[in-house]
Design a protein around this ligand. Structure first.
Ligand code: GLN
Length: 478
């Protein structure tokens, strides 16, 4: 496999027939999809037209040589809108929806010469950690190392495809862990940026105060490169941060000597599989060998209260977001008959999956008059405490570390037996950095029983660069 920079250089120097290359890549996607279900839609026409456009421009010697992603295939999580390509967020209620506009990140990818190859499969609206909660009629993506196992979620298709397809980077989305957790299960890098660093314009919302778009790739270079393209201020997103752009790639080769890393005490031991711990400690050792200093730190709130806090906030916001899909202005419709209530109920009963319905009920309950203070507002207070606790830790440490997941990718037959609460527990390590809006990165650190293990690195707000620096040191050490 070419390194991504060599590949782009070859495209620029006309050493690759980009149209033929893209055609082959699309054929490869179709082949992979037969077994693994990573793509809900393959945007063949769009991809080939973009490749032809690049070919013409190269022939005309147009000024495209500075384009950061020239010829690179980009897959897009289904919840991110791509103009004229079906974008469903993995839900039957949005089937047939072809946006009239591009999300901010898609505009940026296109401007930089990236080639959009399709929409990746996910849990419906992002509701899940195993990509098994797909919408009615959608297919479940499978782990690239064992097709009887989950590839994690909710950006499951994105992570699986990143493992299987070379010269490709994926756009993922995380609300409570959906970038790093599938990245861990599929043995790839996944970077979830600081809340507000990447515009959410054109993202089909799950929970507005938590959603972040980020990058997933086979190498840390892939992830840094795509982050460079998609981060930055956007006037169309009121929560977008007005800051100077950073060059994340400049952190790739920076030495980590002297950096301080806090090992979160509560994230090891009880409940974590021994083999996972062993591999994560190997990753930590690699950082130590490169000169990083490590020390244990106790953080009480994240592991103990993360799940409860996250699910209060996430379901409350999700239930309001889903209210608009009632068969009037947005989403699927049914035959217009009966009272309004009967009609709305029919549309929502027939087109939402079970987990979406569960979250609507939970979230509506948590926001009800009389309960709002006890649940939603209480969760917001814990969120503030959690941010303070992290902030205190980051006064001393450049990054914090834990396993990304406490178990290896489970078999579908095991997942079937889990209760909803056990499903929610898969994100015990990842929800808290999401609740606090902190950037975090999955770094593949090894294999156990032929399945990948991931290490989770978290940094203070806007310190994505440090994560790339550390991730690159581990990658180099391998
Ligand atoms: N698994 C978590 C949930 O189900 C997080 C999902 C996400 O980040 N989109 O809410």
């Amino acid at each position: 496999m070419d390194n991504i920079y060599d590949f782009i250089k070859k495209v620029k120097n006309n050493e690759i027939d980009i149209v033929e290359h893209t055609y082959k890549l699309i054929e490869e996607c179709k082949e992979i999809n037969k077994e693994y279900n990573y793509l809900n839609a393959i945007s063949e026409d769009l991809a080939l037209n973009s490749a032809r456009e690049i070919e013409i421009q190269l022939k005309q010697k147009a000024k495209i040589k500075n384009k950061k992603l020239l010829g690179v295939a980009i897959s897009v999580k289904d919840s991110i809108c791509v103009k004229d390509v079906e974008s469903t967020a993995g839900s039957k209620i949005l089937q047939g929806y072809k946006p009239l506009f591009d999300a901010f990140v898609i505009q940026r990818v296109k401007e930089e010469g990236g080639i959009i190859i399709g929409k990746t499969s996910q849990d419906e609206f992002g509701f899940g950690g195993f990509s098994v909660n797909v919408g009615i009629g959608f297919k479940v993506p499978k782990n690239p190392f064992d097709n009887e196992r989950s590839c994690g979620g909710s950006s499951g298709g994105a992570a699986g495809l990143s493992q299987k397809l070379s010269n490709h980077i994926a756009l993922g989305e995380s609300t409570g862990g959906s970038i790093v957790e599938p990245a861990s299960f599929c043995g790839v890098f996944g970077l979830c940026p600081t809340y507000g660093r990447v515009s959410r314009y054109g993202l089909i919302d799950f929970a507005n105060s938590l959603d972040k778009i980020g990058s997933i790739g086979k190498t840390i270079e892939d992830v840094a490169l795509l982050m460079n393209v998609i981060s930055g201020y956007d006037k169309n997103d009121s929560t977008s941060l007005k800051l100077k752009n950073e060059n994340y790639e400049s952190y790739l080769k920076k030495p980590v000597k002297g950096m301080k890393i806090g090992i979160i005490k509560e994230a090891f031991g009880t409940g974590v599989e021994r083999e996972i711990e062993k591999n994560v400690y190997n990753g930590i050792e690699e950082l130590e060998e490169e000169g990083a200093k490590t020390e244990e730190i106790s953080l009480e709130l994240p592991i103990k209260y993360g799940i409860a806090t996250y699910y209060m906030i996430a379901t409350s916001e999700a239930s309001t977001n889903l209210a608009k899909f009632c068969g009037m202005r947005y989403g699927a419709t049914e035959k217009l008959e009966g009272s309004f209530n009967e009609y709305f109920t029919k549309v929502r009963s027939n087109n939402f999956g079970d987990e979406a319905k569960r979250r609507i009920i939970l979230g509506t309950f948590a926001r009800m008059a009389g309960y709002r203070d006890a649940f939603y507002l209480k969760a917001m207070k814990v969120r503030a405490l959690m941010i303070n606790e992290y902030k205190k830790a980051f006064k001393k440490f450049d990054a914090l570390v834990s396993p990304t997941t406490s178990i290896l990718p489970p078999k579908f037959s095991e997942i079937e037996k889990l209760t909803p609460l056990q499903h929610y527990m898969i994100d015990v390590m990842t929800v808290s950095p999401n609740v606090a809006g902190l950037p975090h990165l999955n770094v593949p650190v090894g294999f156990e029983k032929n399945l990948p293990v991931g290490m989770l690195l978290m940094a203070d707000h806007l310190q994505e660069g440090k994560l790339i620096q550390l991730g690159s040191a581990v990658e180099k050490g391998k």
